[in-house]
Design a binder for this molecule. Structure first.
Ligand SMILES: Cc1cc2nc3c(=O)[nH]c(=O)nc-3n(C[C@H](O)[C@H](O)[C@H](O)COP(=O)(O)OP(=O)(O)OC[C@H]3O[C@@H](n4cnc5c(N)ncnc54)[C@H](O)[C@@H]3O)c2cc1C
Length: 326
């Protein structure tokens, strides 16, 4: 276990915001979380790729070391893979393909850690973490005990899980996945339609190329990826918007309602490429707010609020942030 006092978080969030934490504790595999020095406030931080710090954190930031620790147990046509929560998610995707284990490939190049991927139920290109997670091992920082959550216990939903509703309580130590030994491409996402003959490695490459065509690379421009969730509306609202905006993309129908494209709403409201202070709306993807050079979290939040108000006024639709604002 490593302990740092009064440490800058700039290198620990992909927005590159220069906030400080009073203390940071970093756990390695084998360290006992029971002995975590927690007094006062604490929070759990992964790769900081979905975080916006609007102020210094007057408490303890708990992180898992980003080492690769993963084990595999064959099980018929499948294999059970157990990965350390601090492992970089994309390293796990690459590793799984090297082993000839499939199911994670559509999650290629999502920044962040294995542990956070279940908190957020990350998703991309037709796959979400919930589709491949078998169970999750956590340390309950509130109660001081270890527990296991089955897939159903995790209550996964769109960018949501039980862990998100009890911020700071559960430290995800390990995630267990059920992966397939045979590759069948999931091409349900429209942009992947032409890839029916692609190998898993080719599919991974194609997804990485698609992603980086429309997202800022964290090493070049700070961001948290999609800043807002796609809003889900009822049939009446959807039909009325379709009448008013013939160019609106068709909504994705889900059990909860019609999922609209937040990126389209923001773009149509005229925000794409605009900056406010040192925070901006990514010119190639209106869903992404980015650090246009030394921005503060307050500037990001101020820009987000303006966009929310404008979209509400123009379309009557509320946008909720996907990014976590501290
Ligand atoms: C360029 C870019 C592209 C992105 N694309 C996508 C995408 O396609 N799909 C998508 O779903 N997301 C995307 N994201 C968002 C982000 O990658 C995910 O939300 C990711 O899971 C965050 O991982 P992290 O380790 O950085 O978590 P953090 O941002 O550090 O934390 C996120 C949340 O998880 C909690 N947490 C982190 N680790 C643990 C742990 N071990 N135990 C308990 N709680 C924990 C934190 O407390 C916080 O509540 C993107 C982000 C960027 C910057």
């Amino acid at each position: 276990m490593k302990v740092f006092e009064n440490i800058s978080l700039k290198a620990y969030n992909t927005f590159g915001i220069d906030a400080k934490a009073r203390r940071m504790v970093v756990l390695e595999p084998g360290d006992d979380p029971v002995s975590l020095p927690l007094e006062g406030a604490w929070m759990v931080l992964g790769g900081g790729s979905n975080m916006v710090f609007t102020h210094d954190y007057d408490g303890t930031v708990v992180r898992l070391d980003t080492v690769q620790e993963v084990s595999v147990r064959p099980d018929g046509d499948c294999a059970t893979v157990t990965a350390w929560g601090g492992m970089v998610m994309d390293d796990l995707v690459a590793w799984s393909l090297e082993q000839g284990l499939y199911g994670l490939e559509n999650l290629t190049a999502i920044p962040g850690t294995v542990g956070a991927s279940v908190v957020q139920n990350v998703g991309a290109y037709g796959v979400e973490a919930k589709d491949v997670v078998e169970s999750v091992e956590v340390y309950d920082l509130g109660e001081g005990r270890f527990c296991t959550f089955s897939n159903a216990d995790c209550r996964f939903a769109y960018r949501d899980s039980i862990f998100k509703h009890s911020a700071g309580r559960f430290l995800v130590l390990q995630v267990r996945y059920r992966l397939r030994r045979e590759f069948t491409a999931n091409l349900s996402y429209k942009a992947l339609e032409g890839l029916s003959h692609a190998s898993a490695a080719e599919l991974r490459q194609a997804i990485a190329d698609l992603r980086w065509g429309k997202l800022p690379r964290p090493e070049e421009h700070g961001s948290a990826g999609s800043f807002f969730k796609n809003p889900v509306v009822g049939e009446e609202v959807y039909e009325s918007l379709r009448q008013r905006f013939a160019d609106m993309p068709e909504a994705h129908r889900t059990a909860e309602g019609y999922k609209l494209s937040a990126g389209w709403l923001i773009d149509r409201a005229g925000w794409k490429g605009r900056t406010m202070g040192k925070a901006g709306v990514w010119p190639r993807n209106a869903l992404v707010l980015y650090n246009a050079g030394g921005c503060t979290g307050t500037e990001v939040v101020a820009l987000a609020r303006e966009i929310q108000q404008d979209v509400k006024q123009k379309f009557g639709v509320a946008l909720d942030p996907e990014a976590i604002i501290i």
